[in-house]
Design a protein around this ligand. Structure first.
Ligand code: GLV
Ligand code: MN
Ligand code: MN
Ligand code: MN
Length: 409
């Protein structure tokens, strides 16, 4: 039997949740471990408890809400996503998956359905990776990629430690953050790209996620007066950076069909109108479904950085702060998702995700798959992010029926 969630309850929750850290232009500003992130977490815990879920917070601040199964010893079905946001990010990224998971549980509660397996809803810590790198920290630690001390020692640009900030907002929990037996993991998320919108479909059945690399790089030149210093005597860190920005565009355009590359963060010092830039710290992000393509792009850009430094007579640094291989999801679980969409008569596209997700790490722990809903105009990581409400509901219905199929209704 096909079940459906309550659109009204989910919408009410979604609107109330996004009052937290709301921005003037209709987005949200709730970066990891900020005060707004704390308020979002507190609200979520309150709603988990009101829905009768047993709440556990682990040492990385991942929040789990557990609904018992008929056979509580069986491994749980885990659903969720994240509630940290980009700086001035969108309202849907992450939130749809966590509130969608909660809505699944509430629908089961209302219908008095006991499942064979327990169901857990999770909000992972620090998915976005804008304040603390690397991203997907909570799920990565859960999958055994990072340990708690590594995470605690990470600092943001102001020098705040992850561990101190986690403590400050009251979410340094006691439970160990480590892999455990899970039946499967399902994550509902907005697509953040244009494929579903182009196809006119309300659901994406996600078969895998791109791999990516993040590089932290810097040029160190010489600060000097912008007036008297002749052009041939300059060692300008920003000129070298400009060459790399252009090179990243060129590498992405020639390095493989699906390769994308971005220089997203540039910090110029001293950043003054009449001083030759002494130092530039910048980042490079390359992604593709093919790991060799990502590796080759990273190698090429390293060479371009070295050449640019040579040309301009500046020093350079470049280190990888994040590398995750592409993931292809569990075939059977992907078919469960497709079957749920079929049962609901929802038109869907099979696709792989260009955006990174906690599901990439969970895929190492247990069978994993994702459900996407369309992003209007393919826009995300900006306040303009928008998804039609009917699509959010359809995606949540797919999640509900996939969960029921796996948890045993
Ligand atoms: C994070 O959301 C990413 O995909 O980079
Ligand atoms: Mn996300
Ligand atoms: Mn994101
Ligand atoms: Mn992401």
């Amino acid at each position: 039997m096909v079940r459906t969630v309550s659109s009204d309850r989910l919408r009410e929750r979604f609107e109330a949740f996004n009052e937290i850290g709301t921005t003037e232009r209709g987005g949200v500003n709730r970066p990891s471990l900020s005060d707004a992130n704390r308020r979002a977490r507190d609200t979520l815990v309150e709603w988990f408890e009101a829905a009768g879920l047993g709440v556990t917070v682990d040492e990385l601040g991942n929040i789990f809400g557990r609904r018992s199964g008929r056979n509580d010893d069986r491994s749980p079905v885990l659903v969720g996503s994240h509630v940290d946001s980009q700086y001035n990010g969108g309202r849907y990224d992450g939130v749809v998956g966590v509130l969608g998971g909660l809505e699944v549980v509430e629908t089961l509660n209302d219908a008095g359905i006991e499942t064979e397996r327990p169901i857990e809803v999770v909000a992972w810590s620090n998915e976005e990776g804008v304040r603390f790198q690397p991203d997907m920290l909570g799920s990565g630690a859960f999958a055994g990629k990072f340990d708690a001390d590594f995470a605690y020692d990470l600092t943001d640009k102001a020098g705040n430690r992850f561990g101190d900030e986690l403590e400050r907002i009251g979410y340094r929990g006691d439970a160990p953050c480590e892999p455990r037996d899970l039946h499967c993991y399902l994550e509902l998320h907005v697509e953040q790209g244009p494929k579903l919108a182009d196809a006119g479909h309300s659901v994406g059945v996600v078969e895998g996620v791109y791999g990516f690399v993040w590089l932290d790089a810097a040029f160190e030149g010489t600060a000097d007066h912008a007036g008297p210093t002749p052009m041939h005597q300059r060692h300008d860190a920003l000129v070298a950076t400009g060459d790399v920005v252009e090179a990243v565009r060129r590498i992405a355009g020639t390095g493989g069909d699906d390769l994308v590359g971005t220089v997203g963060s540039v910090d110029v010092s001293p950043n003054a109108i009449n001083v030759i830039p002494e130092r530039v710290d910048f980042t490079v992000d390359f992604r593709s479904y093919d790991d060799g393509t990502v590796e080759r792009a990273a190698e090429k850009v390293r060479k371009e950085i070295a050449h640019a430094a040579d040309r301009e007579g500046v020093d350079w640094e470049c280190e990888a702060v994040m590398r995750i291989e592409s993931q292809s999801f569990d075939d059977d679980l992907v078919e469960t998702v497709a079957g749920a969409a079929d049962d609901l008569d929802a038109e869907y596209t099979r696709l792989v995700s260009g955006a990174g997700h906690d599901a990439s790490y969970l895929n190492r722990v247990c069978p994993t798959a994702m459900v996407f809903v369309p992003s209007v105009d393919g826009v995300s990581h900006t306040e303009a992010e928008f998804t039609e409400w009917d699509d959010v509901v359809t995606g949540t219905n797919v999640l509900l029926n996939a969960v029921l199929a796996e948890a045993g209704g």
